[in-house]
Design a binder for this molecule. Sequence first.
Ligand code: CMC
Length: 436
Amino acid sequence: MSTSAKQAQRTVTLTFNGTDKILELPILEGTNGNQGIDIRQLFDKTGYIAFDPGFTSTGSCESAITYIDGDRGILLYRGYPIEQLALHSDFMETSYLLLRGHLPSRDEKQAFEQRIVRHTMVHEQLRGFYQGFRRDAHPMAIMVGVVGALSAFYHDSLDINDPEQRDIASYRLIAKMPTLAAMAYKYSIGQPFIYPKNNLGLVENFLHMMFAVPCEEYILNPVLVKAMDRILLLHADHEQNASTSTVRLAGSSRANPFACIASGIAALWGPAHGGANEAVLSMLVQIGHKSNIKEYVAKAKDKNDPFRLMGFGHRVYKNYDPRANVMRDTCHEVLASLGIDDPMLELAVELERIALEDPYFIEKKLYPNVDFYSGIILRAMGIPTSMFTVIFAMARTVGWIAQWMEMIQDPSQKIGRPRQLYIGPEARDYVSKDLR
Ligand code: CMC
C-alpha cells in the first residue's frame, strides 16, 4: 500500500562557510503536492544541525495514513475525507481502514470485529492493580499506569519482530482500552467493575461498562451509541501530532507496543493537546455567562495573561478544523435528540462567533478545533469531564497503532535521536567542596 516519496529532479543548494562550499540537497515529493528537503546528510557533510524546536518545519517520517491540508481545512484518512467517513462509516470500519489501508469488505469487517471482541477482557490480576490508586486519581493517571502494565501481563505479544505478535498486541490494545477506561471511571465513583459483554460492539460495550450496574438492567440509547461512535471516528488519527510522535519515538527504540501506547497517553494528557477537551468545559464553566465572553476574549489576547481560549488554534490548521464542523453539527443533533437545552452550547456558539469576528483571532488564523464542541456532547451523554481525554485516548489508540505498525515496517526508520544546540558552560575542572 505504502510507496516511498519520489525524489524530484530539483534540488536545493546550500552554501555554507562563506561561499566556498556547497551542498546539493534533494527535494522529495509526496502526494498532494507535499514537498520536503532531504537533509539527512546535512550533519555528516557540513557539521551543522538543523535547528527547529517544536518541529514546525521538520518531517520525521513518510506516512501513507493521514493527510492534513491545514490551509484548506482538509483531513483525509487513507485518502477519504473525514466528513464522508463521519457520515457513512463507523469507528470499527474506519479503524480497519487506518490499520489496513483500504475499506473492508463485509467479511473483512466482520472478521476484524470478531478478532477485537475476543480480547475485551483484561487479566483478572490487572483488576487488582486499580486498588493501588487513590480513589480521586485522575483517570488519565490510571490509564498511563495500567496500559503500560499490560506489558507485564501479555508476554506472548511483546516480540515486535514477529508480525503475528504485533497483530495480537494491536487487537489487545484496541479491545482492552474501553474496558480499562470504564474500569478507571467505575473505580473513581466506587462502583463495581462491569465485565464486557461480547455480544455488543465496541462502542456499545464501552457505554455498558461505563453505565451499567449489577443490580439493574442497562438499556443502550442508540443516540448515545451513534454520537460516541462518531466522536471516536473523528479522533482516530491525526498524523504526526505530539502523542503520535511520542509513540513513534518510543517505538523507534524497539520498546514493546504496550509501553509505546502508554507513552502516547502521557503525551496526549496535556491541555495543549488531548487535555484540551476537558479544559474547554472548565473554561466554559469559568466564563459562566454570555455577558462575560468579551472579558475572557480580552484575557486570551493579552500577552501578559497566560489564559488562552481552549479549543481554539492548531499547529497545522490555519482554517476551520474539519472535525470541529462535524462535531458542532453532531452536538446540535445529540442535544436535540436527547431533549437537552444546555446553556453551555449556547455559550460556546456565542464565544465562537465573537472570537471568529475578532481581528486578533482572524489575523492569527485561530479557529475552533476538534475539542471545542466534543466536551459539550460528552457532557450531554453523562460522561464526567475527567473522562473526556480518556475517550480521546481510546479513539487515538487506533491511530497510534497504525502509525507504530507503519514505522516498524519502514526500513528507513532508525532510532529517533534529535540533536541540540548546547548553550551550557564549556569544559571546566571539578572543584572540591571546601574550595567552592
Ligand atoms: N488563544 C489565544 N491565543 C492563541 C491561542 C488560543 N487558543 N492559540 C494560539 N494563540 C496565539 C499565540 O499566543 C501566538 O501568538 P503570538 O504569535 O503573538 O505569540 C499565536 O497564536 C501562535 O500560537 P502558538 O502557540 O505559537 O501556536 P502553536 O502551533 O505552537 O500551538 C496550540 C498550537 C493548539 C497548542 C495552541 O493554538 C493552543 O494552545 N490552543 C489551545 C489549546 C487547544 O485547544 N489544544 C487542542 C489542539 S487540537 C487537538 C489536539 O491536538 O489534541
